[in-house]
Design a protein around this ligand. Structure first.
Ligand code: GLC
Ligand code: GLC
Length: 815
């Protein structure tokens, strides 16, 4: 048999396929192994939606300003959010997204695109098309529904659109029933229902749900709508083809509209539902008649009363994404690479920019805010798309740093204040700020940011130029060294679960906040490698801005650190991970478990340590030999089989899970980058492919999470059940994978004075073009393998691509 061609391969995929022309993933069954989700929104209003319609919406903060209820840990897993029902007279009700009714559909397709999701489904000759998105510039979602009669007889149909309100604070909503079951309030107008709970007292915001069509009925009381013992799969109102005009007083508020339509054969109806958020000035909350002031809702509803405005908003959203993605485009013979580089890598990077680690199907939106190190690393992946917002992010992050150079570990997006609950003491944090600032300046050339007056711990009056923050970051590491001259680890480094100073014996206690945060002995080889890499980058930055003497001194300290790593961090065949509080090595052949860890192998080599002297190559060979499994490079082997209080949370996980030896995807691109440093293109690409979702599409049955975005972890071999991914979307893997492909493999690297092109290619890739927008110019960089090194810019030989003041420049590179 001949090998199947690409279009045939698609049809073999069990759950769907990519549609690259439309930049969509098309899911062809509601029966995916897990909810496969997408994000709506790019500014202040956000929503999450799964391929069966579950999810929720919020305004700016998923904990404090939640519009829709969603039940984590619910059974079945994905019930919540936006409920749509289609009911034809005398027939079973069905939902365009399959849930909540679970009525088998004659046709079903879910198209997750950039900032929107479309459901196309059909039942008994009725076809629904439902597209959900957040229009640019507005604080609302549009749910644009068209229903068409494909049959030969007239159909009388009822459409129900229903939202279940969350009482704003998602944590309180799930806990404080003695109060909350008494406070719900709503207002009803024809075609619009307002959620005004707590507006009478201290809130000055409300939510609304309207539709640009005449309605035939409504409900706002959940129990009335669902009926006694009812649930979302079969509400009484829908079964009875009616509405009860219920007015909520306390209990469970919903907003439900019913539209009655009659469709001739071939006829269709289109209605756009609007789920929105409105806010009023505190001193102008009320209308003259004493009711909630509704200017925002009225303006938005009037704007989208006309379907043409809905179409225009769709087009504007598409243009927005085209513009964002146009800064980087790969044209190669490899379809999977093109699809990852041009669509899904960059899309996921924007999602991590918007959400950090707050709201996903695995992060409830009620936990941590923005992480210091997470946000700094996320920036590597979006800086080229939204440089002005990257600048703001850097300043926000630097503003939670303390005057001694250490920093709060997290901050709340709504207040931008450091989060005192988690505190400080994660000693890798300060260096990530240096990494982010250098990355931003290389992309934009905006050296002026270094002058930006930036406070310490948000204290007015404490402002110092951003450069001073970087200086203190580097200084903090230099002044907190342990017995081997390596940096003290504090509460943890990148690996949140390597808690060498915690010694917790009390169940439930947090490994990150209990115990002494500082210890004078436990050291991190990983932070040492970070220092060698990022303090060297800081030294180079200092040269750029004319601080020669300081630069020399920093460089000397980098050399000293490098020597310390080679002396005390080298184990004979790989780099050690750390020294614990007793001065014993972690990640060494001397250990009975946890003999080799991935992080120092990746980062030491990325920092250039041992490249000249051979340790780098040995470390990467050992990585392949011991840590590489089918689904990527595992975090450590052998996994810890019992709890070790001297190591902390890492040993609390069963073997093969999370930090205890899963494939923790975030650090796999470090190995890709490291392989590129020593020039091994095949090995780099091999690791890239093992965790790349597009390459795992045909293993979705095992992998389980979305084949269009990265997940945080994939169970390791020691789990006994390897290959299962968890915690998709919000992971540092997003930015690092994009960096590993675009910079390490394809080799286009922003620098202070232009672009460098240093590809490290696998045998299977011979030729490609990268279109890169950089400081206002579009560079068309054509790379071809010939065995000879050359670079020409518009026909002239050069060693790098200097800055250009033209609009487009053509670059030819041979390697
Ligand atoms: C999570 C955290 C990140 C940490 C990683 C490893 O992804 O968000 O900050 O580095 O786990 O523990
Ligand atoms: C990171 C780790 C997780 C740990 C958590 C603590 O997310 O991945 O294992 O429990 O940090 O904050």
């Amino acid at each position: 048999m001949n090998a199947p061609n690409e279009s045939e391969v698609r049809s073999f995929m069990q759950y769907g396929h990519f549609d690259d022309a439309r930049k969509e993933y098309v899911i062809t069954t509601p029966n995916t192994p897990l909810p496969w989700i997408n994000y709506l929104g790019s500014e202040d209003f956000f929503g999450m939606i799964s391929n069966t319609g579950g999810g929720y919406a919020f305004y700016r903060d998923a904990k404090l300003q939640r519009l829709l209820r969603y039940r984590y840990n619910s059974v079945p897993a994905d019930v919540g959010g936006r409920f749509y029902y289609i009911k034809e007279r005398g027939k079973a009700a069905w939902s365009p997204a399959f849930l909540p009714t679970k009525t088998p559909l004659d046709a079903y397709e879910c198209r997750h695109g950039l900032g929107y999701t479309t459901f196309l489904s059909e039942k008994d000759g009725l076809a629904a098309e439902l597209t959900l998105f957040v229009p640019i510039g507005e604080t609302c979602e549009l749910h644009d529904l068209t229903l068409t009669n494909r049959g030969t007889l007239e159909k009388r149909v009822q459409i129900y659109g229903c939202m279940e309100w969350c009482l704003w604070n998602a944590v309180d909503d799930a806990q404080n029933y003695q109060r909350n079951l008494n406070i719900a309030e709503s207002e009803v107008e024809p075609s619009t229902i307002y959620h005004v709970t707590e507006y009478r007292e201290r809130r000055n915001h409300y939510a609304y749900y309207g539709v640009n069509a005449e309605t035939s009925g409504f409900d706002t009381d959940r129990n009335t709508f669902l009926g006694h013992m009812g649930d979302w799969s079969a509400p009484r109102a829908v079964a009875e083809e009616t509405s009860y005009a219920s007015h909520i007083t306390g209990w469970y508020p919903i907003a439900c509209h019913r539209l009655d339509v009659t469709l001739a054969p071939g006829g269709s109806v289109r209605a756009c539902f609007v789920l929105g958020y409105g806010e009023n000035p505190k001193d102008a909350k009320w209308d003259a008649d004493g009711r909630v002031r509704k200017d925002t809702a009225r303006r938005v509803l009037a704007k989208f009363a006309d379907s043409a405005a809905v179409d225009a908003a769709r087009a504007e959203l598409a243009a927005y994404w085209d513009r964002l993605l146009s800064s980087y485009r790969l044209v190669s013979p490899n379809e999977k690479l093109n699809r990852m580089a041009n669509i899904w890598h960059q899309y996921q990077c924007m999602v991590t920019f918007n959400m950090s680690r707050s709201a996903s199907y695995y992060e409830t939106g009620t936990g941590r805010g923005m992480g210091f190190r997470d946000s700094c690393q996320d920036l590597f992946g979006f800086v080229h798309m939204v440089p002005e917002r990257a600048r703001e992010r850097i300043i926000d992050i630097a503003s939670i740093q303390f005057a001694d150079g250490s920093t709060y570990h997290q901050y709340q997006p709504l207040t931008k204040r450091g989060n005192a609950d988690i505190g400080s003491g994660f000693n890798d944090d300060p260096l990530w700020l240096v990494a982010a600032a250098v990355c931003y300046i290389k992309e934009t050339g905006d050296f002026a940011v270094l002058e930006h007056p930036t406070p310490f711990n948000n204290k007015p009056g404490s402002e110092a130029p951003l450069l001073e923050h970087l200086r203190r970051s580097v200084g903090y590491i230099r002044s907190h060294l342990g017995p081997h001259g390596l940096p003290l680890i504090g509460r943890a480094d990148w690996n949140d679960c390597l808690n060498l100073n915690c010694f917790s014996e009390t169940s439930g206690e947090s490994f990150q906040t209990s115990g002494p945060s500082e210890g004078p002995v436990a050291e991190s080889v990983f932070i040492a490698a970070m220092y060698v890499k990022y303090a060297a980058e800081y030294a180079e930055l200092l040269e750029q801005v004319g601080y020669e003497a300081e630069s020399v001194s920093v460089r000397l300290s980098v050399q000293e650190m490098e020597r310390a790593v080679l002396k005390h961090g080298w184990d004979g065949a790989w780099f050690r991970r750390a020294y614990d509080a007793f001065g014993d090595p972690v990640g060494s052949k001397e250990c009975d478990e946890g003999r080799i860890f991935i992080e120092p192998q990746g980062f030491c080599v990325m920092a250039g340590i041992g490249v000249e002297t051979g340790e780098a190559k040995k470390a990467l060979d050992s990585t392949r030999e011991h840590l590489l499994g089918e689904y990527g490079v595992e975090l450590l082997v052998p996994c810890y089989t019992r709890y070790r209080k001297e190591l902390g949370e890492i040993s609390s996980y069963p073997p093969g899970f999370k930090e205890n030896g899963s494939v923790f995807c975030h650090n796999n691109p470090w190995i890709v980058c490291a392989e590129a440093v020593i020039g091994r293109g095949n090995e780099a690409f091999d690791v890239y492919k093992r965790i790349c979702p597009a390459y795992l599409e045909d293993k979705s049955d095992v992998h389980e999470t979305e084949p269009y975005c990265y997940s945080q972890t994939v169970t390791g071999r020691a789990s006994g059940n390897p290959g299962h991914a968890k915690n998709s979307w919000l992971t540092g893997t997003a930015s690092w994978s994009f960096v590993s492909l675009s910079q390490a493999i394809l080799g286009v690297k922003p620098d202070y004075d232009g672009l460098r092109v240093e590809p490290c290619l696998p045998d299977e890739l011979d030729e490609y073009t990268v279109e890169r927008r950089f400081r206002g110019c579009l560079y068309r960089i054509h790379v071809k393998k010939t065995g000879e090194q050359s670079l020409t810019v518009d026909g002239k030989r050069a060693d790098r691509i200097p800055l250009q003041d033209r609009e487009t420049v053509t670059v030819e590179v041979t390697v």
